[in-house]
Structure formats: structure tokens, C-alpha cells
Design a protein around this ligand. Structure first.
Ligand SMILES: *[C@@H]1O[C@H](CO)[C@@H](O)[C@H](O)[C@H]1NC(C)=O
Ligand SMILES: *[C@@H]1O[C@H](CO)[C@@H](O)[C@H](O)[C@H]1NC(C)=O
Ligand SMILES: *[C@@H]1O[C@H](CO)[C@@H](O)[C@H](O)[C@H]1NC(C)=O
Ligand SMILES: *[C@@H]1O[C@H](CO)[C@@H](O)[C@H](O)[C@H]1NC(C)=O
Length: 286
């Protein structure tokens, strides 16, 4: 029985070695960097495949003398490819390059094939663009100050190899948006409470104020109608609740939520005449 354990383990090691040797041989003729190839420190976060494990064997350092292709610069594949920035705030596009050596990293805007930065030098006259790099990191970050809608699109991080290597990052620029939950039509029974919830998202700061409108008129909370209240909770997502108690048929119609920093959102409220004679009769008959 004790012998049963070491034997399969031994076979497994032998198999692994065969796989390693085979993959080492097949990788011998690779021209570019191995797709998705990870360096030593990446192995902590990713599961190594046998091909990657082969690079850890004592044969790897000898290969380094001939400066193999895999020693050339390559992009860290974990670098985000989809970045969302708030309009009016700074956007940061990251580009992580390993083994850069004496090569240069450039940022290019795809919309007009405009070179924005080369190394730490800003090439464009638009002062909002800046590349930052700190000596002990592999990050070449493109900062776009006061991001605008027109800044949205594809950006290319390029390494000056022959031929060049590129990594594409998409930038989205979002603006504050208001939404009323449950729209575009809400049905409430006469006599019940109308509860409208307006949320304001993608707002760098909470809106200074939120106005509620019924038809085209600002709702006056101290009007003779009474029973109208608003609760606003400010935060990353600001929420405003409009509560109208004892809904009457006259409370039907369009309601709008107008935050100080976002477009107006509207819903249509239908107060149902619950005491309609025919429906009451129908209930009594059944
Ligand atoms: C990128 O992010 C935006 C905003 O978060 C999202 O709407 C979009 O679907 C994403 N695109 C891809 C390709 O993941
Ligand atoms: C970069 O380094 C390589 C060898 O590592 C050398 O052959 C090449 O001339 C260098 N290029 C520049 C621009 O310094
Ligand atoms: C109004 O509706 C929101 C969202 O459904 C809910 O969270 C809130 O508690 C409601 N308020 C009242 C007073 O019913
Ligand atoms: C609603 O119901 C009441 C009571 O049955 C009725 O008098 C009134 O005409 C109805 N109103 C509408 C708009 O249907």
C-alpha cells in the first residue's frame, strides 16, 4: 500500500517533463513574443501552462545569451483595455510594458492617428495630454485632463520595436445621467401614494439640487395640495424620492426630475380611478 502513492507521482513528473521538453522544442522557432506570455512575477496571479514552466528550467539563462525574441518588450496582458472616465475629470490610460530596455513607448490617438506622447515627451500642442512614467515601474500612463466626449475612442500604446508592437485601449467618457425608476409609464391607484425615484449616476460631485416638475411646473412642497415631500440622498449615486400621498386623478400626468448637472428625466403617471362604477359592480357580482 505505501508504494501505491509514490509511483503515480513519479509517472506524473515524467509526463510533465516530456510535455516541458516537447513544448520547449516547439517554441524554439517562435518569431515574436509568445502570446499572453507572462514573466516570473506574473506566475503568482496566473496559472502557468507547461510552456511557461519550461522557461523556469536551468536551460533558460543560457538562451538569454543569444538575446532570444522572448526577451524583447511585450505588453502585460492584464492592462485594462476598456477605461471609463467622467466628463470634466482626468482620464488615465495605462500601458504596462515588460523588458522595455532601450525601446520607447508612445501613445497614439486613433481618431486622427495623432502621436500624443513619445516616452515622457508630449508631442501634441493640446496641454491636456501627458505621459507619466516612474523609474521603478513598467507603467506608461497617458493622462487626459478635463476629459471631453470627443476624447472617447481608441488609443494605441506602441513600442518602438521593428516591427512596432501595439496595445489598444478604449476610452469611454460618461456624463451625469438622471433616470426615474419604473418609467416610462407608472400606474397607481387613486388614494395610494405616488413614489417616484430619480437616480443621478456618473456625476463627479452630487448635483447641487434636484427639481421635480409636474407637467411643466415646479412642484411646490408647501402648496395647498399637501402630502407632497421629497427626500434626497446624495452620494456616488444621488437618489431623490418624490412622495405624493393620497393620489388623486388630477395628480396624473408627466413628472420630471431635473438635477442641476444632468439632463431631465421624465415619466408619465396614470392614477387609476379605482372606484369606477363598472369595476366596482363587477367585483360585487363575482
Ligand atoms: C466598456 O465599458 C463601458 C462602460 O463601463 C461598457 O458600457 C462597455 O460595454 C464596455 N465595453 C467592452 C467591450 O467591454
Ligand atoms: C538598443 O539595444 C540593442 C542591444 O541591446 C542595441 O543593438 C541597439 O543599438 C540599441 N538601440 C539604441 C537606439 O540604443
Ligand atoms: C419608494 O420607492 C423606493 C424604490 O422602490 C423605495 O426604496 C422607497 O422605500 C419607497 N419609499 C416609500 C416611502 O415607500
Ligand atoms: C371616477 O370614479 C368616480 C366614482 O365612481 C366617478 O364619479 C368619476 O366620474 C370617475 N372619473 C373618471 C375620470 O373616470
Amino acid at each position: 500500500m505505501p508504494i501505491a502513492h509514490p509511483l503515480p507521482l513519479c509517472v506524473a513528473w515524467l509526463l510533465l517533463l516530456v510535455v516541458i521538453v516537447m513544448s520547449d522544442m516547439t517554441n524554439g522557432g517562435v518569431q515574436g513574443p509568445i502570446e499572453g506570455y507572462n514573466s516570473l512575477d506574473d506566475l503568482l496571479t496566473t496559472t502557468p501552462t507547461p510552456g511557461q514552466a519550461a522557461l523556469l528550467l536551468p536551460t533558460a539563462p543560457t538562451a538569454a545569451y543569444t538575446h532570444p525574441k522572448w526577451m524583447e518588450p511585450y505588453f502585460d496582458p492584464s492592462t485594462p483595455r476598456n477605461v471609463t472616465a467622467l466628463m470634466g475629470k482626468s482620464a488615465y490610460l495605462s500601458c504596462r510594458v515588460r523588458n522595455l530596455a532601450n525601446k520607447t513607448v508612445s501613445w497614439i490617438r486613433h481618431r486622427d492617428i495623432h502621436i500624443l506622447t513619445v516616452g515622457s515627451y508630449t508631442y501634441t500642442s493640446d496641454q491636456r495630454f501627458q505621459a507619466t512614467h516612474h523609474q521603478d515601474t513598467e507603467d506608461w500612463t497617458l493622462q487626459i485632463k478635463w476629459a471631453q466626449k470627443r476624447d472617447a475612442g481608441m488609443y494605441e500604446c506602441q513600442i518602438s520595436t521593428q516591427p512596432v508592437r501595439s496595445y489598444f485601449v478604449r476610452l469611454n467618457v460618461v456624463v451625469p445621467t438622471a433616470t426615474i425608476l419604473g418609467g416610462p409609464d407608472l400606474h397607481v391607484d387613486k388614494g395610494s401614494t405616488i413614489n417616484l425615484t430619480c437616480t443621478v449616476k456618473f456625476s463627479p460631485e452630487p448635483p447641487a439640487y434636484i427639481f421635480w416638475y409636474h407637467h411643466e411646473e415646479v412642484i411646490n412642497y408647501d402648496s395647498s395640495r399637501g402630502g407632497v415631500s421629497v427626500i434626497t440622498e446624495k452620494g456616488d449615486v444621488t437618489t431623490s424620492f418624490l412622495l405624493i400621498q393620497n393620489a388623486d386623478l388630477a395628480d396624473s400626468g408627466k413628472y420630471s426630475c431635473a438635477p442641476s448637472n444632468a439632463d431631465v428625466a421624465s415619466v408619465r403617471v396614470h392614477v387609476l380611478n379605482d372606484s369606477q362604477p363598472h369595476s366596482r359592480r363587477a367585483k360585487i357580482r363575482s
